[in-house]
Design a binder for this molecule. Structure first.
Ligand code: PGA
Length: 247
């Protein structure tokens, strides 16, 4: 049985004080049902990591550099993230793909660097509204996963998490129906199973895109939805914990 993972992607929100308050709230109310993770802005990782020491709650970064070290201004290496106490690193979030033009190949290289440093990458995949309307969701998701398979092989997914995040559902209040999301999750697992059945059964596949306390239970009850990557609703401890409660 796969355990559930509820991960909060705080994006570029808040202040040091609001990050501290949010972590205090999450620590105090953790229902202990699902594995929890928070991904604060990089400058708050050390502080939040310190607050999470001795708890069951994991720390994650919002991105990771595709290079080990050197002249890469503004980037943060996988080993630095490990030193901050990170367990997870999000890679390939649609905001990185669209605003910063990160390609499938760059994202695969970031993924590979996370794996080699012993971080668990959370690989985000998903189609845009246009692609959704064209009915090419499976082809898009397959292409995004193939780039990682080509670089890392199926073994790269042994400790990885995948987040299916339809771009049209992120921050919009629109949410994929549980049936439709389940179908894509099943497709993703089937795709991995074509290379390795055991790894496919083990990989946690999260749903992301306007998940909130009202819609979480229906999504999380689907057999191939193993948790959520939560944006907006992860910024309020009560909402994040309510989602964790329904996992
Ligand atoms: P949202 O963001 O929950 O605000 O839609 C999800 C995400 O971008 O990971």
């Amino acid at each position: 049985m796969r355990s559930s993972l509820i991960a909060g992607n705080w994006k570029m929100n808040g202040s040091l004080q609001s990050a501290i308050d949010l972590v205090e709230g999450i620590k105090a109310g953790n229902p202990g049902k699902a594995q929890l993770a928070v991904c604060p802005p990089a400058v708050f990782l050390m502080k939040v990591g310190g607050m999470l020491a001795e708890t069951e709650i994991s720390l994650g970064a919002q991105n990771v550099c595709d290079q080990e070290a050197g002249a890469f201004t503004g980037e943060i290496s996988a080993s630095m993230l490990k030193e901050c106490g990170c367990r997870y690193a999000i890679v390939g979030h649609s905001e990185r793909r669209s605003h910063y033009l990160e390609s499938d190949q760059l994202i695969a290289a970031r993924f590979a660097m996370a794996v080699s440093a012993g971080l668990n990458p959370i690989l985000c995949v998903g189609e845009t509204l246009y692609e959704h309307e064209q009915g090419v969701t499976e082809a898009i998701v397959a292409k995004q996963i193939d780039a990682v398979l080509e670089l890392c092989g199926i073994a790269g997914f042994a400790e990885a998490v995948i987040a299916y995040e339809p771009v049209w559902a992120i921050g919009t209040g629109l949410v994929a129906s549980p049936d439709k999301a389940q179908a894509i999750h099943e497709f993703i697992r089937g795709k991995l199973a074509a290379s390795d059945g055991d790894i496919a059964q083990r990989v946690q596949i999260l749903y992301g895109g306007s998940m909130n306390p009202a819609n979480a239970a229906d999504l999380l009850s689907q057999p191939d939805i193993d948790g959520g990557l939560i944006g907006g609703a992860s910024l309020k401890a009560d909402d994040f914990l309510a989602i964790a409660q329904s996992a």
